[in-house]
Design a binder for this molecule. Structure first.
Ligand code: GLU
Length: 550
């Protein structure tokens, strides 16, 4: 077979050679040990939470080693591409502090563009590059056209199932593998659509041994499938694009989901067919969640939390999600965080060796807890700023309230924040409208139960005395002494100790006085420190609430 003639027949428009291309993608000039990684999402929908695991791993590996992290867009499936997805992905990664040195990025008008010397970074724009290398494989007798239709392949699969043999396009089953040049030419001249397939020389009775950066030692049969390199439109499959791009972009470390382990033997065979050094592979465990007592994958269909955009909508601070993902990525992160409470995440010595080999378990409860810790470490102005940014995007009504008097809102958000043991009331911005509702007359809802031990007259008397004696300049101790006086004046115990020591003597105690005030002023039985709440609301609003209370 004249493979050179076949290559010309298939790729008459390709005049560049692999050497021409190689010259455009030279070895990178990086210090010893620097790692080149890439995040390679397909813009076919939303970003899965798993993408953040991958992106953070890529980013940390690259930047902790003085290397380079690229964003490559795997848009080879044009039919499934979602308009606007690339821009949305770029913004989403930025939100989580993933800095890409190269790749798809946004220009000043928010349009997607390329940045860096190893582009284009969108695969459809690289079509001819793949074709140069496919042509080369045809020339070397390692690729050929296949004219099988969907129906042909389905019929073949049925025969394979009936014969109980491995399904696929390989060996004896690879019908177009042994066609003659004349046969290929006749089909092409007849206008039959075709794909380009790899001609595998692997033998599954032989095994490949390799070391995965996460999974450790791997040992699997060689590939013998003649996988598709180029689809009938001349666009590569993931497999071929991965090999060509990661070679040309000089990727040193591939981090990707473990679902790619099955086709890893084919990828390795392709690297070897070109005589290229393969990157270090790092296959990450699938993220699981508990569903009842059993574990399962986080599913795009069933779980809203599968979508990375969901966390932003819910108002999880980006840092909280990052921190939580890091606890799942590296098992020693939590210990490190305990010892370095205020250090930026970037100082953590992230390591592939600490990555989980089997499925990481995503735990929303734990995330909520981490979020509370993260928000607890923030200063009030930062809380205000982030909460407002969230509200402006997702709760404009709440944003209007928050921003009406920024000093007031910030003071509310500061409640308990400077205590020795700061309060951990909320970790997610969407908790704030409810948490803060009673501070705004527009959202205050009367409610809560008055202490059963108090009669209506008691409550009326408490409110009346309180109005007579309340002084906004009192400190919290003086304020509380006045509540004790009020308690005594209507025959309640001034404190719980007295109350308990004299069973049957008192019908209630000072706590019931403050509860009555709390219910009237906040509409609930639990609230942050009532003294502080009243100071923030101010005398007028506090008295108005008491007046309106029944
Ligand atoms: N586009 C592939 C995916 O989304 C990328 C896998 C890889 O990182 O190589 O799964």
């Amino acid at each position: 077979m004249d493979t050179f003639a076949l290559a010309e027949l298939l790729f008459p428009h390709i005049t560049e050679t692999p050497e021409d291309i190689e010259a455009r993608y030279p070895e990178r000039n990086l210090p010893e040990g620097a790692r080149v990684t890439r995040m390679a999402p397909s813009p076919t929908g939303f970003l899965h939470i798993g993408a953040l695991f991958g992106a953070m791993t890529d980013e940390r590996l690259a930047h902790l080693s003085g290397g380079v992290c690229c964003l490559r867009i795997e848009d080879t499936d044009a039919k499934r591409e979602v308009p606007g997805a690339v821009g949305a992905f770029i913004r989403m990664f930025a939100r989580y502090g993933i800095h890409f040195d190269e790749g798809a990025s946004l220009d000043e008008n928010g349009e997607v563009t390329d940045r860096g010397a190893y582009g284009p970074y969108r695969q459809r724009a690289r079509a001819e590059i793949y074709q140069v290398f496919a042509k080369e494989l045809v020339r070397r007798g390692r690729a050929y056209p296949c004219f099988c239709t969907e129906e042909d392949l389905a019929a073949m699969r049925e025969r394979q199932e009936a014969a109980k043999v491995t399904p696929g396009y390989y060996g004896e089953w690879a019908v177009h593998r042994r066609s003659t040049f004349e046969e290929y030419r006749a089909m092409i001249e007849a206008g039959c659509p075709y794909v380009i397939r790899f001609k595998s020389e692997g033998d599954p009775s032989r095994r490949i041994k390799m070391t995965d950066g996460i999974k450790g030692a791997l040992d699997f049969p060689e590939n013998d499938q003649d996988i598709v390199l180029l689809k009938s439109d001349g666009i590569p499959t993931y497999h071929f694009a991965h090999v060509v791009d990661d070679h040309l972009m000089r990727t040193t470390h591939v981090v990707r989901g473990e679902e790619w382990l099955a086709t890893l033997p084919a990828h390795i065979e392709m690297f070897r067919a070109f005589g290229w050094k393969e990157p270090k592979y790092n296959h990450t465990a699938t993220i699981m969640k508990l569903d009842g007592a059993s574990k399962r994958k986080i599913s795009k269909r069933k779980d809203p939390e599968a979508d990375l955009a969901w966390y932003a909508r819910e108002g999880y601070p980006a840092d909280a999600v990052r921190e939580y993902v890091m606890t799942l990525l590296n098992s020693n992160f939590e210990d490190w965080r305990r010892d370095h409470a205020d250090a930026p995440l970037e100082e953590f010595p992230f390591s592939l060796k600490k990555m989980s080999v089997s499925g990481a378990l995503f735990d929303m409860q734990k995330l909520a807890d981490v979020a509370k810790n993260v928000v607890c470490r923030m200063k009030a102005p930062e809380v205000y700023e982030q909460a407002l940014a969230w509200a402006q995007e997702f709760r404009p009504d709440f944003a209007a309230l928050l921003s009406r008097d920024p000093a007031y809102s910030t003071a509310i958000l500061n409640i308990g924040r400077e205590d020795k043991k700061p309060r951990r009331d909320y970790g997610v911005w969407s908790e704030l409208p409810a948490y803060m509702s009673f501070f705004f007359d527009e959202t205050f809802v009367p409610g809560g139960a008055y202490p059963a031990c108090l009669s209506e007259e008691d409550i009326a008397a408490i409110f009346a005395r309180f109005r007579e004696t309340y002084d906004e300049s009192d400190d919290s101790a003086a304020w509380f002494d006045k509540l004790k006086d009020i308690a005594a004046s209507i025959g309640l115990a001034p404190d719980t100790k007295t109350f308990k020591k004299n069973p049957g003597v008192y019908r209630g105690h000072v706590g019931d006085v403050s509860m009555a005030l709390r219910v009237a002023v906040t509409g609930r039985e639990n609230s942050p420190d009532l003294y502080t709440v009243m100071k923030l609301l101010g005398r007028e609003r506090t008295f108005a609430r008491l007046g309106a209370a029944k």
